[in-house]
Ligand binder design. Structure first.
Ligand code: FE2
Ligand code: FE2
Length: 245
């Protein structure tokens, strides 16, 4: 934990100004500018929501090292927001948050139980998803500026996800089973809200609706369970109970 906080402190010298902003953005020819801007705006809103959550949990953390880390994370997230803001300026400015994605973040912010739940929702589930999404956006964006931005942000996000797993693997297993089951159901709801909205808004229409689409989402959720296991939400033996919850 102390090593992660140290890495976090070292990352603070990075600034939005360090990128070569003279390059124009390059959006794929098949993608309307407005849709690309709206998709990238969701990253921006996610950064702001995550910084808010970090402020919320700061007073509930169990050790000084964790506090030190989360303080560096707040600066990271605000720096990321700043970088996206600057990129989006080139695409006509920040667009509105997608309704279900912002509802998912709001639900995560509204939690009043054990702080481990919010750390799981933000650091493991939502940030894990943002890292995956950013990676795939980077694959189809023929934009060297966006790729440079993504590489720097992804390095920070990987550190945040690692912090979440380390913090949780000691503290989550101490919660009683019913409480962990309640956290599981809550975090699953958040994931489905965000995933349905993210894919529903930006995927080709032929892909959406019907049983196939539901099955696909459910299958994707099951792929997230190893992350929850690694974070200590359940043991290998308990996995079945959670899958059927
Ligand atoms: Fe971030
Ligand atoms: Fe982050």
């Amino acid at each position: 934990m102390a090593a992660l906080a140290e890495k976090g402190r070292n990352a603070q010298h990075q600034a939005a100004a360090d990128f070569d902003w003279d390059r124009p953005p390059a959006i794929p020819v098949w993608l309307p500018n407005g849709i690309a801007a709206s998709a990238i705006s969701q990253f921006y809103h996610g950064e702001i929501a995550t910084a808010r959550m970090c402020h919320q949990i700061l007073r509930d953390l169990s050790c000084r090292e964790a506090e030190n880390f989360v303080e560096t994370q707040i600066s990271d997230e605000l720096r990321h927001a700043d970088i996206y803001d600057r990129y989006l300026e080139k695409l006509g400015g920040i667009r509105n948050p997608a309704r279900h994605i912002s509802e998912a973040y709001q639900k995560a912010l509204n939690w009043t139980g054990a702080p481990q739940a919010q750390i799981l929702a933000f650091h493991v589930v939502l940030e894990g998803e943002a890292v995956r999404l950013q990676h795939s956006v980077g694959m189809w964006m023929p934009c060297s500026l966006f790729r440079d931005i993504s590489a720097v942000i992804a390095r920070d996000e990987a550190r945040h996800v690692a912090f979440g797993k380390i913090y949780l693997r000691d503290s989550l297993p101490t919660l009683p089973l019913p409480e962990r089951l309640a956290i599981y159901r809550w975090v699953r709801e958040i994931w489905f809200d965000a995933a349905r909205s993210a894919v529903g808004r930006y995927a080709p229409p032929a892909f959406l609706g019907g049983a196939r689409w539901r099955r696909w989402l459910e299958m994707k959720w099951l792929e997230r369970l190893p992350d929850l296991l690694a974070a200590g939400l359940f043991s290998r033996k308990e996995r079945r109970v959670f899958e059927n919850a």
